[in-house]
Design a protein around this ligand. Structure first.
Ligand SMILES: Cc1cc2nc3c(=O)[nH]c(=O)nc-3n(C[C@H](O)[C@H](O)[C@H](O)COP(=O)(O)OP(=O)(O)OC[C@H]3O[C@@H](n4cnc5c(N)ncnc54)[C@H](O)[C@@H]3O)c2cc1C
Length: 348
């Protein structure tokens, strides 16, 4: 969120400084094993059009992000040509009533590329889909590691000042805000945008703002499949069954993600999760060999809807708590912030 917001603001002509201790670390490549932030642990699935509601802020942000992503990717490919928007997502219906809801959604959203698939049409790729599925032509996936790499390269060629230190304290200056970095950096800015995920509440509490955020563990696996589809012919970029995301990732390779219980440690074996899929996993998946596993923390706002996007007071903007959809919502979030400054919106 910080990288994309800094990139957006600098493109709109603002003088920007980005503070993050992770700027010191080399950009990860491939599948990182040490996933220091939420974004690196993420699978990068974009479920914008299949969102169940069709009004409210969540829907508007999703629609805006899905409209912006193709432009963002086209621009960021200049910095990282391997970055791509891998479109197409299939969601498996868990029962007959779920398929009925999918049919209704498909008839309301055919203009967005949503289509209901009868069971017979999906059984070649997912034989346990007895009730049918929903296909979204324009949802899909972005590799979050490549995305961060592209944004870092874009920032390196921009005028954004990169400060590889955590911010320890924020102080009101009238006018402006003073930032104290843990490495001794001190500077005053007209406005501050806080995108520190789980670390955000501690930065705003001393200023009298309480926005608690709780960690929700997410786990993921990279698998090598001995049997099963070798080239993923007919597969979408993402297949979702009972909340598990399956992502083809090269010949006989698959990424598998799942959300687990609240807390901050991996309580269950991801292997068990993978093998269960509530008994709907095909044999080739049950037998697949894990080649990597990792977990990360999702930042979920307490008693408020995700994300926390608000001007807490003039020049103090919070953009955190994106929970399950921070990759999806990055462009819409960055644009919301840039628009707020451009229009001198309330609180900016
Ligand atoms: C396993 C897993 C799977 C996920 N799958 C998806 C998915 O498929 N699709 C999707 O859209 N989302 C997904 N998410 C959610 C998504 O990853 C997050 O919503 C998103 O990455 C949040 O981005 P962020 O920038 O707010 O947080 P982060 O990526 O965690 O970044 C926060 C940054 O703040 C920095 N920071 C912390 N404290 C300070 C400080 N004091 N000063 C300066 N900097 C500081 C940190 O170094 C860090 O770089 C997933 C999450 C997990 C864990």
């Amino acid at each position: 969120m910080g990288l994309s917001t800094a990139w957006q603001l600098s493109q709109w002509g603002h003088q920007v400084a980005l503070f993050d201790p992770r700027l010191n670390q080399p950009s990860e490549t491939g599948i990182p094993s040490s996933r220091g932030n939420g974004t690196s642990a993420s699978l990068g699935v974009l479920m914008g059009h299949v969102f169940r509601r069709s009004s409210g802020r969540g829907w508007r942000l999703r629609q805006r992000s899905m409209a912006l992503w193709p432009k963002w990717i086209a621009e960021l490919q200049r910095f990282e040509p391997a970055l791509s928007l891998n479109r197409s997502l299939i969601q498996i219906a868990e029962d007959a009533s779920a398929f009925e809801r999918m049919r209704k959604l498909a008839s309301d959203r055919s203009h967005l590329g949503i289509q209901a698939i009868p069971p017979g049409d999906i059984e070649t790729i997912w034989p346990t889909a007895q009730f049918g599925a929903l296909r979204s032509k324009n949802d899909g996936r972005i590799n979050p590691v490549l995305l961060q790499k592209a944004l870092r390269l874009a920032l390196a060629s921009s005028s954004v000042e990169l400060v590889p230190e955590p911010v320890d304290a924020l102080t009101r200056k009238n006018p402006g805000w003073q930032l104290n970095g843990s490495g001794g950096h001190r500077s005053v800015h007209d406005a501050v945008v806080i995108c520190a995920a789980l670390a955000s509440p501690a930065l705003i509490e001393p200023l009298g703002h309480s926005r608690p955020i709780s960690p929700v563990l997410g786990q993921a696996l990279a698998l090598q499949c001995a049997d099963g589809p070798s080239n993923w012919q007919g597969w979408p970029s993402v297949l979702v069954d009972q909340g598990f995301n399956l992502i083809p990732n090269g010949p006989k390779r698959l990424l598998l993600g799942a959300t687990v219980e609240p807390g901050d440690s991996a309580a269950h074996s991801p292997l068990e999760l993978m093998r269960s899929l509530n008994d709907r996993a095909p044999t080739w998946l049950k037998d697949a060999e894990p080649i990597e596993q990792w977990s990360g923390l999702r930042a979920r706002p307490v008693d408020r809807p995700a994300p926390l996007l608000e001007a807490l007071e003039p020049g103090l903007i919070l953009a955190s708590g994106h929970y399950r959809n921070g990759v999806l919502l990055a462009p819409a979030t960055a644009e919301w912030i840039a628009n707020g400054f451009a229009n001198d919106a309330n609180g900016f």
